[in-house]
Design a binder for this molecule. Structure first.
Ligand code: GLA
Length: 403
């Protein structure tokens, strides 16, 4: 089976989810779809700046069981919240109290906007991707739903189109102006590979991540810090980076990919100090992504690790999206001989970071972080050793299975 279908059948999957579906909707599910969360090796806050990113899908996924209904109603059960949301396809409006539901409604909304014929749906959703942790639980939810709906309704959505529609749902329905990285990797992730994406041209390529052979693991450090203002700060960073780019454009560059730090330095007088720093991050981060690809090609994990540390420094000092709990990961990483590199992932302001570790150093590293977090009065962090997984997949149960 490829990345498009799931290796599961109605009978082989976790019965508790099927039973809960039967209890909730008094009907059998017709389809199972799922989509992964992600880490990003490097290339942070570069996607919406038309730059380069290097994410990888993780083994933690969001799953959806679905069945059609004969009417125009949609009923969604969210297991993680133990909540149900119901809406009518004639009036898809954001929910004030159940923010999770907006990511699902946004997908129905965007498919309707695209002119697809929609029908009623019962769906049960459960997520292994920790929520609001910087591992892209939002994209995993959007993509698992769009993958499921397009499969159940036989809508032919090529992968890029699917990722873009999921992004549009988040931008225009949920109201978060995210870039394309998270949805793209959730659709197109490949086992044991990182994906290089040029967010301007949408050219992409896979690079094997030979961690096992090198005796390395990727450890996610979830700080458990959840920032309420993260999305407004995110949108502000976008504006500031844009402001600097407008000035650089007058110097003849089309996009950040063409800008250099020397061009930026020579424009320092015209660019305010804050947009200047934002621009310096974007320009140097794009360069680091290119270097990271070269490092990966040669299995040069020492080189890759250094780039991760530099990326964190730039996110902390120039883009100013870190926080003390994420800086702790970097500090401990710098001091630990078994750590090749560490940095925050995703939007920042809390959430998670990743560390590239020698396998033998993992236990000690976790312990150091737990001890230091306790000493400083930080929330107790959680850890996930992540495997690099496959992109979105869906399977209809054949009728003999589900009848
Ligand atoms: C969030 C967004 C992405 C990207 C990252 C920062 O995860 O959804 O589009 O901008 O932040 O790199």
């Amino acid at each position: 089976m490829g990345g498009d279908s799931l290796e599961c059948s109605y009978f082989s999957m976790d019965r508790s989810q099927v039973d809960s579906f039967l209890r909730t909707f008094h009907s059998r599910p017709e389809l199972l779809s799922s989509a992964p969360g992600r880490i990003n090796l490097i290339g942070e806050h570069t996607d919406y700046n038309n730059g380069y990113v290097l994410p990888a899908a993780i083994h933690l996924r969001t799953h959806v069981l679905m069945a059609s209904r004969p009417d125009h109603k949609v009923r969604i059960w969210a297991d993680n919240f133990q909540e149900e949301e119901t809406f009518d396809l004639e009036a898809i409006v954001p929910s004030e109290s159940r923010r999770w539901a907006n990511y699902v409604k946004g997908i129905f909304w965007v498919l309707k906007e695209e002119g697809h014929k929609l029908g009623g749906i019962n769906a049960a959703i459960w997520s292994e991707v920790p929520l609001e942790s910087g591992l892209s639980s939002s994209a995993a939810l959007e993509v698992s739903v769009i993958k499921g709906l397009s499969t159940i309704w036989n809508i032919d959505l090529p992968p890029l189109k699917m990722a873009k529609l999921a992004q549009r749902a988040e931008n225009d329905f949920v109201g978060v102006k995210c870039g394309l990285m998270d949805q793209f990797i959730s659709v197109l992730g490949r086992k044991d590979s990182a994906l290089f994406l040029d967010c301007e041209t949408i050219e992409y390529a896979y690079y094997p991540l030979n961690l096992e052979k090198a005796g390395l693991v990727i450890l996610v450090h979830d700080t458990k810090v959840r920032r309420k203002l993260a999305s407004s700060e995110y949108n502000r960073r976008r504006q500031e980076a844009n402001q600097a780019l407008e000035i650089l454009k007058r110097r003849g560059v089309r996009s950040y990919k063409e800008a250099t730090t020397s061009l930026l330095e020579s424009s320092r007088g015209e660019i305010g100090p804050v947009p200047f720093k934002r621009a310096r991050h974007v320009i140097t981060e794009n360069e680091r992504v290119r270097q990271a690809v070269e490092a990966l090609k040669q299995d040069d994990f020492a080189g890759l690790g250094d780039l991760l540390f530099h990326s964190h420094e730039s996110l902390r000092d120039d883009y100013e999206v870190s926080c003390p709990e994420l800086d702790l990961l970097y500090d401990v990483g710098k001091e630990s001989s078994g750590c090749r590199g560490a940095r925050l992932v995703g939007a920042g302001f809390g959430g998670s970071g990743i560390a590239l570790l020698e396998k033998r150093a993992e236990e000690e590293f976790r312990k150091r972080l737990l001890d230091e977090a306790e000493k400083r009065g930080f929330p107790r962090p959680e850890f996930h050793r992540v495997a690099i997984g496959q992109g979105a997949a869906a399977s209809k149960f054949n009728s003999s299975e589900s009848s």
